[in-house]
Design a protein around this ligand. Sequence first.
Ligand code: ASP
Length: 357
Amino acid sequence: MRILKRPNTLAVFFAALSMSLLMSACEPAASDEPADASAASEPTYVLAIHGGAGTIRRSDLSPEREAQYRAKLEEALRAGHNVLSGGGSSLDAVIATLTILEDSPLFNAGKGAVFTHEGTVELDASIMDGATKNAGAVAGVKHIRNPIALARLVLEKSPHVMLTGDGAEEFARENGVEMVDNSYFYTEWRREQLERAKAAEGAMGAAMPPGEELAPGAYKYGTVGAVALDRAGNLAAGTTTGGMTNKRFGRVGDSPIIGAGTYADNATCAVSSTGWGEYFIRGVIAHDIAAMMAYGGASVEEAARTVIMDKLEAMGGTGGVIAMDREGHVAMPFNTEGMYRGRIDAEGNVTVEIYKD
Ligand code: ASP
């Protein structure tokens, strides 16, 4: 949705003409005013989110369940919009939005995250500031209620980009971050998904592709991400997840990897990915979109579409991204049956979509 205010060409011409007549009539004239004051564009702000991509079909969701997803996505969008409309930063908006989704049992992040092979929950998250290109990430944390907030602390209070496991939790404790028992994250439906994944394990190996439906109802999408542009023109992106059902051996996906699951640079775009993480890591998907814009001059729509529909697809990967440029243009390509996604513009207009069509 474009909310750009471009000067009307005729208006600019007549304004320039009258200005030059005025200047020749009363020399010397000194003015810092632009020829046409309306040429200065209004700062805009936009927020977009995803709630995971995968085999999400109408037949999989009851009307009640679908309504719950739509309501929670809208609540998250409005929380981020409140931050942006009040002049808050894109980083703050990303945090406000993703905290709501982490606290909801509907998504594979925070409460409601998928189970590991051992029947525990291990969480990954990352965030990036497009203005400074500073980033923070955590991987394999087990007791952090809101991993996205910890990723932000890493960005702000540590000289590092990524902290993992016990070390990340020690850093969290030192910084007074809220810790919870691992059982806080457990939900019955994710436990059932683990059982189904284990039953299908023979066919697929230990970890299951997110969103793959190997047994009826065993779909397990739900990673969440947000990209935002604030009034100051700064982009930010964040992603937070429980990873893949039945993961083992400390497996870490793309979500906490800067350049794969998350990327933001004011010069190009902000990106958050969701899908089969191994492909997003090997394809360096989020940064690839920014690179097409930086080196090839592609628009965010072209870049995101090419990287997902051509490159990721050709690699055999599945998933999607949300990507936003510094003018607030949003692209949301995915090559799966569906992707929970939504956006909100400066006027507060909300769009939430789930399926491909
Ligand atoms: N990309 C995440 C991972 O592989 C999962 C997802 O997006 O659903 O860990």
